[in-house]
Design a protein around this ligand. Structure first.
Ligand SMILES: *[C@@H]1O[C@H](CO)[C@@H](O)[C@H](O)[C@H]1NC(C)=O
Ligand SMILES: *[C@@H]1O[C@H](CO)[C@@H](O)[C@H](O)[C@H]1NC(C)=O
Ligand SMILES: *[C@@H]1O[C@H](CO)[C@@H](O)[C@H](O)[C@H]1NC(C)=O
Ligand SMILES: *[C@@H]1O[C@H](CO)[C@@H](O)[C@H](O)[C@H]1NC(C)=O
Length: 388
């Protein structure tokens, strides 16, 4: 290569280098993902003087409200309110004064939403039924929906919950532990940073149920006897408990625990017997159970006299009565010979619980006993007959 050729080659190279520096075109945009309604602002810097034109997806843009020449080497494109149709490839083309041509390109993504419209944020379901929790999302170009509970995505495999094709969360046979806050997360497809979340509360209801530890309760009346009736209640919301009793409520003898599930009766008396009904009520339904309280009474014996002093030949008459529940059998006993006096006629007899002895003889003297016998116990009272 001779000297002049070498110089020419060098000059050409330099020119090419300068040209390529000149042609360093760029489009500057504040963002590439634009929400519908927001402003689009593109700035094209040609780097050297020339004639700048804009194209969108290969079509010329010559609307002067949109494209504006800033100076000989730059131009801007402004769209005040972006619409979905503004998405696409924008090209800034420059015919440089040097005769060279070049362009720069940028791809703009336009999206709308996502938004949840009139999605309900509170649901109540009855335990055991199927619950549907819709998430009514809108958004463009496309929205992907995920459901979360406790920061965990609800998987469509396994478990009893799944997202339907319409984005509704379906809970099969709702359980109590399904209550809580769910999050519907809507994301513009392909744009992980563009999303919205909506919290939806789920409340689970269950009708009241009542369980008793014992349906029949038996106690012996007495000042020392306290009896507790227990009603085990379940339901959601927590049911209220009320009691109906066979006797008038008496605050000095009837006590309830804090949730009224237990009724305590102090110093039980015979009159307390009967049906105690506990009723559990919540807004779903009510349910009751009945406890039968049997109150037994220990027998007691009353005699009209504990000592009888009579002269031989006179008559003796002692009446006896017994109380208790069940009502006791009454027997008169001659304690000298241990015999029960059952005759209703004769000289020594028992008539209507009255012991009668006609024309007393000396051997009639001694101890007699009026006895009360029942399943609640026995009692007796002695009567001493003295004859002379
Ligand atoms: C019955 O209840 C009263 C009051 O709470 C108590 O003082 C008493 O000791 C109780 N009696 C029995 C036998 O538990
Ligand atoms: C339960 O009791 C509370 C307090 O007395 C009352 O405010 C509520 O309305 C009751 N609920 C039902 C279902 O009866
Ligand atoms: C039974 O006992 C009560 C109490 O002591 C008495 O008032 C009543 O008269 C007695 N009745 C008979 C039949 O003895
Ligand atoms: C009560 O008396 C009956 C009959 O005499 C007797 O069989 C029973 O064992 C007695 N019961 C008690 C608790 O003393």
């Amino acid at each position: 290569m001779n000297q002049p050729t070498r110089i020419l080659t060098l000059a050409l190279l330099l020119l090419q280098l300068m040209d390529s520096i000149d042609a360093k075109m760029s489009i500057i945009s504040t963002k590439l993902d634009i929400k519908v309604g927001d402003e689009i602002l593109l700035l094209c810097k040609a780097g050297a003087e020339g004639d700048i034109t804009w194209q969108k997806d290969g079509e010329d843009i010559d609307d002067e409200e949109i494209v504006n020449k800033l100076d000989e080497a730059s131009s801007k494109l402004v769209i005040k309110k972006a619409t979905m149709q503004d998405a696409g490839r924008y090209t800034c083309h420059c015919d440089f004064d040097s005769g060279h041509k070049d362009d720069a390109q940028i791809q703009l993504f336009v999206y709308d939403g996502p938004s949840f419209g009139s999605t309900k944020t509170y649901h109540e379901f009855l335990e055991g039924t199927d619950g549907l929790v819709p998430c009514l999302v809108t958004g463009q170009p496309q929205v992907d929906v995920q459901w979360f509970k406790n920061q965990q995505e609800i998987s469509n495999v396994g478990g009893h919950m799944r997202k339907q094709s319409d984005n509704t969360l379906r809970i099969e046979k709702v359980k109590r532990e399904d209550a809580g806050t769910y999050v519907c997360r809507a994301q513009i497809r392909g744009r992980p940073s563009i999303f919205m979340e909506l919290s939806v509360s789920v409340v689970v209801n269950a009708p009241p149920t009542v369980r008793l530890r014992e349906e029949v309760k038996k106690v012996l009346a007495g000042p020392e006897t306290n009896v507790s009736l227990l009603c085990l209640v379940d339901g959601l919301p927590q049911p209220n408990i009320t009691w109906t009793m066979p006797v008038q409520f008496n605050p000095s003898r009837h006590h309830f625990n804090s949730d009224s599930s237990q009724l305590t009766i102090q110093s039980v008396v015979r009159e307390d017997f009967g049906e105690y009904v506990c009723t559990a009520t919540n807004k779903i339904a009510e349910s009751s159970a009945t406890i039968m309280l049997h109150v037994f009474e220990a027998p007691e014996v009353f005699v009209s006299a504990e000592q009888q002093r009579v002269l031989v030949g006179e008559a003796v008459s002692v009446s006896c009565n017994v109380t208790g529940h069940p009502h006791p059998e009454l027997h008169w006993l001659n304690k000298q010979n241990g015999q029960t006096l059952s005759s209703t006629s004769g000289r020594v007899r028992v008539v209507d619980n009255v012991l009668m002895i006609d024309e007393v003889v000396p051997s009639d003297g001694g101890l007699y006993s009026c006895m009360a016998i029942s399943s609640s116990g026995n009692a007796s009272r002695d009567v001493a007959v003295y004859s002379k």
